[in-house]
Design a protein around this ligand. Structure first.
Ligand SMILES: Cc1cc2nc3c(=O)[nH]c(=O)nc-3n(C[C@H](O)[C@H](O)[C@H](O)COP(=O)(O)O)c2cc1C
Length: 178
């Protein structure tokens, strides 16, 4: 079997086929089991299937964003939301240098979504560049929550090329950084 981590690619062109319900359940189950700060599980997912909503989301990406078309054409889009002041906070106080650990947690959920999808033969692309405020309004994200990324998913209609990665020597340090 091919390695899911090595073979996964961002997919931005999908077949018209809707996502099978059991595939959606498997992906959501993978999302549920992502690690999180203190197991606080600050992530909330909106599963968007309605074509009108997907098209309106697509209009909130810049025309140059390579994911703009697929946002409207994908059979399903996950909107990855979270509560900003939970992870990394204790009794309402920030307890580490970083105030945005929730982004880390949401990243882990997103990775679980993308890898499980790929294992099932489903492509995905994480999209972080869009008008967040407008999209939150459209999706009725309540006060106290933030929408961070959109992940269109669907059965791929092509095999994307493999982008380059740094060599190990270029980012791995042993024992000390320098
Ligand atoms: C946080 C984040 C935000 C991203 N935002 C976008 C985006 O707005 N549009 C897009 O087409 N791809 C986006 N991507 C996908 C990256 O471009 C892609 O992962 C990268 O080029 C490596 O390609 P690969 O995923 O096929 O290995 C994003 C990826 C991440 C992790």
């Amino acid at each position: 079997m091919e390695d899911i981590i090595l073979s996964r690619r961002s997919v931005r062109r999908f077949q018209e086929k809707p996502l099978e319900d059991h595939h959606l359940s498997d992906i959501l189950e993978a999302a549920r089991w992502a690690p999180s700060w203190g197991n606080l599980q600050c992530c909330e997912l909106v599963v968007v299937k309605q074509n009108t909503i997907k098209s309106e989301l697509a209009a909130m990406l810049s025309a140059k964003n390579p994911a703009t078309k697929c946002m409207a054409n994908a059979p399903l889009v996950f909107a990855v939301c979270g509560t900003p002041q939970k992870s990394g906070y204790y009794k309402g106080k920030q307890v580490t240098r970083y105030e945005h650990w929730f982004l880390y947690d949401l990243g882990l959920v997103s990775q679980n979504i993308c890898l499980k999808a790929w294992e099932l033969g489903i492509g995905s692309v994480i999209v972080g560049s869009f008008d967040h405020k407008k999209a939150e309004k459209l999706l009725k994200v309540p006060e106290g929550y933030e929408l961070v990324s959109l992940i269109p998913v669907g059965y791929p209609d092509h095999k994307p090329p493999t982008p380059k990665r740094k060599e190990m020597n270029d980012f791995v340090h042993f024992d000390t950084f320098s």
